[in-house]
Design a binder for this molecule. Structure first.
Ligand SMILES: Cc1ncc(COP(=O)(O)O)c(C=O)c1O
Length: 256
């Protein structure tokens, strides 16, 4: 925020996944000029689609309101129009979210408890690494649980093979996003992004090396679906058992 202030910039805090999280005692979404949460269908507070934007600044709130409402002024007293489109959240979705917000504190506490239980047990499975917790996170919330496997202890199988096996055991799992350097968006020959095209000589990812991101994204990362942590201890135990079973029998999996 200090850097942004120095350069007269506004900060939009992307806290799409961080409902309920606190950083040094401050709620996610309350640090930037705006905090932006997602309520898309897979998120931990969902209305099927949509999002919410927090701000403490009355002027920014009016401007944001105008942008989501086709550029119209928020009320008649204001005459200024801005550029906008119809990004309005429907009333049905808002009604769902009002209930979701009331229920969230209890769900959040239960989730954190199940998450801690999960990672305590997952860490005992050979070849599984769990997330370190930054001490500045003063209230932990998470969306999908991201862990890392060491492929050598999974008979050399990659995260994709392990995720497929977890799915077959009834535990939703995903390898996560590819390393950003692999995205077409950043390949000078494929991209239509002005920065990637105009600065191709300096920004061509094919000329760079990203060993950590590639090891994580292409071989190690496993995202456990958020609904596992909306079940109960038994559900979490089943997910752990599935992971342990896959590790013990990894030699039987395809991809050897
Ligand atoms: C970090 C981050 N920001 C923003 C979004 C986009 O959210 P939405 O789908 O509500 O536009 C996502 C989607 O998962 C995300 O992961």
């Amino acid at each position: 925020m200090e850097i942004a202030r120095r350069h007269s910039l506004f900060v939009v805090e992307d806290c799409a996944h961080a409902h309920g999280q606190r950083w040094n005692g401050e709620g996610a979404g309350c640090i930037g000029d705006f905090g932006s949460f997602s309520h898309q269908s897979s998120k931990i507070m969902t209305a099927g689609e949509g999002g919410s934007l927090l701000t403490n600044d009355e002027r920014l709130a009016r401007l944001a309101h105008s942008i989501i409402d086709c550029g119209r002024p928020k009320d008649d007293a204001e005459k200024e129009y801005t550029f906008g489109a119809n990004y309005r959240l429907g009333e049905l979705q808002a009604a769902l979210l009002l209930v979701a917000m009331r229920r969230f504190p209890e769900q959040q506490a239960q989730r954190a408890e199940l998450g801690s239980y999960f990672e305590g047990s997952a860490a005992q499975v050979p070849g599984v690494r769990v997330m370190p917790h930054d001490r500045r996170i003063t209230r932990w919330s998470f969306y999908r649980y991201v862990l890392a496997i060491e492929p050598e202890l999974f008979a050399g199988r990659t995260n994709q093979v392990v995720c497929d096996a977890l799915e077959a055991e009834g535990v939703g799992a995903w390898t996560g996003y590819e390393p950003m350097s692999n995205y077409d968006l950043f390949q000078p020959a494929l991209s239509r992004l002005p920065v990637a095209v105009e600065h191709a000589a300096r920004l061509d990812p094919s000329t760079m090396s990203f060993p950590v991101a590639e090891a994580a994204g292409l071989r190690g990362s496993v995202y456990i679906d958020e609904n596992v942590f909306r079940s109960d201890r038994t559900g979490v135990e089943q997910a752990i058992e599935a992971l342990a079973k896959i590790q013990r029998n990894a030699i039987e999996l395809p991809g050897g």
